[in-house]
Design a protein around this ligand. Structure first.
Ligand SMILES: CC(C)(COP(=O)(O)OP(=O)(O)OC[C@H]1O[C@@H](n2cnc3c(N)ncnc32)[C@H](O)[C@@H]1OP(=O)(O)O)[C@@H](O)C(=O)NCCC(=O)NCCS
Length: 256
């Protein structure tokens, strides 16, 4: 169905996904993801009902295919106060309209990978998020073994803020997920309570080590260092919500 790879980045274009993309969009999701998405999801995407999307096309392909999707990204806007990352964004509880962009699905046809197509799609998303004055961040979940996707999000300056144990349940098997966040419009939280707790533990631990070191090793004097509160993949918290993707309701789709 899909033509051969055309390794010219300049021929790749991005556009909104519409009703004429329904079939190929369904096909791509079936090909690229280990889970099944409900027909309602695809109808919501192509009819732009609560889901916003961009498709990637290769203008260099023969006429009939020059507008056919070779990649896609789907997102929805969620209220920050109702999201699972309220503690990770600079959140003003007096303003109920603060929002986040949640990336639902992202994929690129195999023969077009590693040409920057997904990077282009992510750029569309972050650019869009910045244009929404109430938006504080874009975020997503990715299954822990998806190395290319994890590499991509890091490359695009997303920060891995959490590991969610057993987050996905796919065909009876649990898989961990990473939660990645890209802050916009000053949405970065200075430090979550959890990060502060981690800092405090590290501080006490370092102090004890320092005292022990002085008591037992008079000859070696290493300067003690404050362990910086940083947001990286080292910050892991247990999953608060396990998701069964096979039985998932149609309003709760996630990137894997
Ligand atoms: C993840 C995915 C969307 C990336 O699409 P893409 O168009 O190839 O991405 P890009 O070309 O923009 O960037 C890919 C980067 O990952 C790198 N990469 C690819 N495979 C990698 C691997 N196994 N390990 C490390 N890096 C890898 C590429 O070298 C490239 O980096 P570079 O630009 O620095 O060279 C694509 O692989 C895909 O559709 N996978 C199946 C669906 C999926 O997993 N979606 C994500 C769900 S969260």
């Amino acid at each position: 169905m899909l033509g051969r790879k055309t390794p010219r980045r300049s021929s790749i274009g991005y556009r909104p996904i519409g009703p004429s993309d329904l079939e190929i969009l369904q096909q791509l999701h079936a090909d690229l993801f280990p889970i099944r998405y409900e027909p309602e999801f695809f109808h919501n995407v192509v009819n732009r009902r609560e889901i916003i999307s961009w498709g990637a096309v290769d203008r260099n392909r023969p006429n009939a295919q020059s507008d056919e999707l070779i990649g896609f990204v789907t997102i929805k806007i969620v209220l920050a106060r109702e999201s699972e990352i309220t503690d990770l964004v600079r959140f003003d509880p007096t303003r109920s309209d603060q929002s986040l962009v949640y990336i639902l699905t992202l994929g690129v046809v195999e023969s077009y990978r590693n040409f920057g197509v997904a990077s282009g799609l992510i750029r569309e998303v972050t650019r869009y998020a910045k244009t929404i004055p109430t938006c504080r961040a874009a975020y997503l979940h990715v299954i822990s073994y998806n190395t290319p996707a994890i590499y991509l999000y890091k490359k695009m300056s997303f920060t891995c803020v959490r590991r969610l144990y057993g987050f996905y349940l796919i065909e009876g098997q649990h898989y961990d997920a990473y939660l990645f966040v890209y802050y916009v419009n000053g949405g970065r939280s200075p430090c979550s309570p959890l990060e502060l707790a981690v800092c405090a533990v590290n501080y006490v631990r370092s102090s004890l080590k320092s005292v022990a070191g002085r008591l037992w090793r008079y000859d070696v004097k290493k300067p003690w260092r404050w362990t910086k509160c940083k947001d990286n993949c080292g910050l892991v918290t247990p999953s608060q919500s396990k998701r069964n993707l096979v039985n998932e309701g149609s309003n709760d789709f996630q990137c894997v």
